[in-house]
Design a protein around this ligand. Structure first.
Ligand SMILES: Cc1cc2nc3c(=O)[nH]c(=O)nc-3n(C[C@H](O)[C@H](O)[C@H](O)COP(=O)(O)O)c2cc1C
Length: 305
């Protein structure tokens, strides 16, 4: 989908349209990502990758909920040294490539980010919000000082935009976004999944092997929207809205709340990879109908008094 109305710039990242693949959904190989590019995404975010390979949790790792999914995959990934080969391949997809990084310390985040940039990543997304793995993810992203240290260490070694992906499972998300931006973050992604669980009434046991997981999909959209609204009130960097986007109206709501682009994950399971094109087309038709020339004109518009 290429119209000038949909073009967005996130720092020096230029997107043909403001939709991108959310981390963790089909983000491991160049081959699976090519279906997302064919489906019309403006950019892709890889699955989160760490310093060392991780197997992740035993099955079941995903369970269907009303209006969403609950997952606790446990950050399975091949480790950055193995993943650099895949990053080289992904670069051929021809759209901006954002590599999602996690670590168990600020130094680990920085090492992984440096290797990802060395392999060609156009930007980083720091996963400081995974709700189901101990000593990383949201355990880092809920402590402003620890998060700031991670951002500073990464910014010191990479010369590409750094987005920080936040968790909704905190008391004051805007305060945490502010700490990330003060430490040098170029943008904020909101949100990762919402802590959740499901119980099987026949076995009388939690369904996920990890017991607790994270909820995604339409059920979390109102939460994600409020988070983006809160963050936009506090910081002036691009926000990537994420959580429950399945159609163009959802995307427009996120732009009005203050997002400059949206990420889409669970909807791919519901609607297939063409969801990106249909969201972009719908947003374009909305802008045209309203007589607007650019998606930028509606970013944060719902904040006017
Ligand atoms: C199966 C699955 C795996 C995920 N893995 C990751 C991940 O590796 N890193 C990350 O930052 N977020 C991960 N997420 C969270 C998504 O990127 C996104 O923040 C969340 O699902 C909300 O968006 P959605 O409702 O469009 O799916 C995962 C989500 C799902 C459903």
């Amino acid at each position: 989908m290429r119209t000038d109305r949909l073009k967005v710039s996130l720092g020096n990242l230029r997107l043909d349209n403001p939709t991108m693949l959310a981390s963790g959904i089909l983000g491991y190989s160049a081959e699976t990502l090519s279906s997302i590019v064919a489906g019309g995404a403006g950019a892709v975010v890889t699955k989160s990758v760490g310093l060392k390979p991780r197997k992740g949790y035993a099955n079941p790792t995903v369970v269907q909920a009303d209006f969403g999914l609950i997952n606790a995959l446990g950050l399975p990934n091949p480790g950055i040294d193995e993943f650099v080969g895949e990053i080289h391949e992904m670069k051929r997809l021809g759209i901006p490539l954002i590599v999602s990084v996690y670590g168990f310390s600020a130094e680990e985040y920085a090492t992984v980010a440096k290797k990802a940039v060395g392999a060609g990543a156009d930007a980083m997304e720091l996963n400081v919000s995974c709700p189901h793995v101990k000593e990383t993810g949201s355990e880092i992203g809920q402590k402003p000082e620890v998060l700031a240290e991670v951002v500073r260490k990464v910014k010191a070694v990479v010369d590409r935009p750094v987005f920080v992906k936040l968790s909704p499972n905190v008391t004051d998300l805007a305060e945490i976004a502010e700490a990330a931006v003060k430490a040098g973050a170029d943008g904020i992604t909101a949100i990762n999944t919402v802590r959740a669980m499901a119980i099987d009434v026949e076995t009388a046991m939690p369904i996920l092997s990890n017991k607790r997981g994270g909820l995604s999909g339409p059920a979390v959209k109102p939460i994600a929207l409020r988070c983006v609204y809160d963050i936009h009130e506090r910081v002036k960097v691009p926000i990537l809205g994420c959580g429950g986007v399945t159609g163009w109206r959802d995307a427009v709501e996120f732009f009005l709340a203050g997002a400059s682009a949206v990420q889409i994950g669970t909807a791919i399971a519901l609607k297939g990879p063409n969801v990106f094109r249909s969201v972009a087309k719908g947003v374009d038709a909305y802008l045209k109908r309203k007589g607007l020339r650019s998606v930028n004109e509606i970013v944060g518009l719902s904040h006017r008094s």
